[in-house]
Write a protein that binds this ligand. Structure first.
Ligand code: NAP
Length: 280
């Protein structure tokens, strides 16, 4: 018998709904296998009203940790034993460590984005960053960038009140960053980008269901000194990234953020570095 899953194998899980599309099982199982770790990562489709039972199951099964995805990232905050300061301010958790039955929540989405920026050698310390979107991912990215040293964050969103909620959180909690919220307006976006170092798309425009869409519709809005990141990774080149490349901007899609948010969770669970070159 040559099966690495044995009676000693510990569980790591993903709880969310739906979960069939997730790349996390492939990512973590590849890493466990490569490092010879006796863990297995499984995804469980848990509907909204069963989240608490899902957490109890993680304790009962002695899972070493788990990821939380849509639609549970916010609701889980109130059900854990402890959460990190960043996760509390972000208001959502995507990774949990089970420490002897005590569930500790982290948010690695924003950290994953910052790590991907650093890997691309983009210096954002003391710089102005423009973010498109104000959903869950935008919130994590904006707050982490503020924590990690961006001096100014401008958030453009279709629903202005959601952008204001994030900028209020930053202005009330992170004194080193000034944050401003603006409704969607491409001319104002162009003005704000003139002295910005990085533009990040955190809307769902550009992903497969909205493939031909982008908040930026003309190359005139951008300038070549701007680093343009899109957290959408499927397709790998969104309309925004095509426009940006046409202007001569350096660009990055969402795949490295996805890998790094997983790698940070992997380290929290196992204490080891994920061999990220083997992933995807
Ligand atoms: P979300 O909470 O649903 O937020 C969606 C955002 O897109 C909101 O700001 C929404 O604006 C905006 N939006 C949607 N349709 C729009 C339209 N037609 N015009 C203008 N704005 C529109 O989603 P999320 O969880 O933040 O995720 C956003 C994207 O990030 C998704 O594509 C997701 O796959 C990707 N993501 C990637 C990673 C990664 O690791 N690379 C991690 C997380 C998420 P309103 O507020 O006005 O509705």
């Amino acid at each position: 018998m040559n099966n690495r899953i044995q009676g000693t194998t510990s569980l790591v899980a993903l709880l969310g709904y739906p979960i069939e599309h997730s790349k996390s099982p492939a990512m973590h199982n590849t890493a466990f296998e490569a490092l010879g770790l006796d863990y297995v990562y499984l995804a469980f489709g848990i509907k909204k009203d069963l989240l608490k039972q899902g957490l109890d199951a993680m304790r009962a099964l002695n899972a070493i940790g788990f990821n939380i995805t849509m639609p549970h990232k916010e609701e889980v905050v109130g059900l854990l034993d402890e959460i990190t300061e960043e996760a509390r301010i972000i208001g959502s958790v995507n990774s949990v460590k089970n420490k002897d039955g005590k569930l500790i929540g982290y948010n690695t989405d924003g950290k994953g984005f910052v790590k991907a920026l650093q890997e691309a050698e983009i210096d954002f310390q003391g710089k102005k960053i423009v973010i498109l979107g104000a959903g869950g991912a935008a919130r994590a990215v904006a707050i982490q960038l503020a924590y990690d040293g961006a001096s100014e964050i401008v958030i453009f969103n279709r629903t202005l009140s959601k952008a204001q909620e994030i900028t209020n959180t930053i202005n009330n909690n992170i004194s080193t960053t000034k944050a401003i919220a603006i409704g969607l307006d491409e001319q104002m976006l162009k003005e704000e980008l003139k002295d910005s170092a990085v533009l990040v798309n955190c809307t769902s425009l550009g992903m497969k269901s909205n493939i031909d869409q982008s908040i930026v519709t003309t190359s005139d809005t951008l300038h070549e000194d701007l680093f343009v990141a899109d957290i959408v990774y499927d397709p790998p080149k969104t309309r925004l990234l095509s426009i940006a490349e046409g202007v001569g901007c350096k660009t990055m899609n969402g795949l490295r953020m996805l890998i790094w948010q997983g790698a940070i969770a992997f380290k929290i669970w196992t204490g080891k570095d994920m061999p990220i070159d083997l992933i995807f």
